[in-house]
Design a protein around this ligand. Structure first.
Ligand SMILES: [Mn+2]
Length: 239
């Protein structure tokens, strides 16, 4: 049986990621989609990238780009961008590479450069942060795909009718948020909550934390969603 499993924001949580992969046991027939934000905040970004590179050989792994990968890439290009990144979570990533970005190995930057903007199947699409409901995925603006949180006013359903699987907006209680047409699976691992892997077809939710603990649950029924009150933009800090 082929599974399609999305993994939420890892943010340098190497122990949780390793434990998660032990639990889901990826096989060659599985599609595993990384929703981005592999680095920053947590203490083990270098180790996380190494684990993800190893994952490529075990399944069909589709890594997406998050806003933290974008900041990290820009940081390699100028001091100003470096300073910005360093202040928005990058300091722990630099530390994980021994305190110097010059230490980031080539195969890590190559991996990051191959991350994609989105992924879609016949029933689902996967992006880091958010989307505009009336635009094809190839035409989505960066600001929505990578930066805008989904807070009080989630976007309406995408015109394709596909369900969105997203990360980026931390669910600080550690539970997946199911809005029916959007599932938010960033469950705040770096904030002492959980790292989530979600099998989108079965509804299984696998969660691990940095203490090496594991729990399994199922997607909750969707919460009430009133389209009349929905907007595609929330005004908030988007880091
Ligand atoms: Mn993010």
């Amino acid at each position: 049986m082929s599974r399609t499993i999305a993994i939420g924001d890892i943010h340098g949580c190497g122990t949780a990621l390793e434990r998660l992969l032990e639990e889901i046991q990826p096989s060659k027939s599985d599609v595993i989609v990384g929703l981005g934000d592999y680095v920053d905040r947590g203490m083990e970004s270098a180790r996380v990238i190494e684990i993800l590179i190893d994952l490529v050989a075990k399944c069909r792994f589709v890594p997406l780009i998050g806003n933290h990968e974008i900041m990290m890439f820009k940081a390699l290009q100028s001091q100003q961008e470096f300073d910005f990144w360093f202040q928005h979570g990058g300091s722990t990533t630099v530390a994980s590479y021994g305190g110097r970005i010059q230490n980031i190995p080539q195969h890590h930057t190559t991996f990051l450069s191959h991350c994609q903007r989105f992924f879609e199947t016949d029933r689902y699409f996967f992006v880091h942060a958010n989307y505009q409901p009336d635009l094809p995925l190839v035409d989505q603006p960066d600001q929505l795909l990578f930066w805008e949180h989904i807070l009080a006013y989630p976007p309406p359903p995408h015109y394709t009718g596909k369900t969105a699987i997203v990360g980026h907006t931390p669910q600080i209680e550690g539970f997946v948020r199911n809005l029916d047409h959007v599932r938010i699976i960033d469950t705040f691992c770096y904030g002492d909550q959980w790292l989530t892997a979600h099998d989108v077809h079965s509804g299984e939710i696998f969660q691990t934390n940095n203490n090496g603990e594991f729990r399994k649950s199922w997607l909750d029924p969707p919460e009430f969603y009133d389209e009349d009150f929905s907007e595609s933009h929330d005004n908030a800090s988007d880091f």
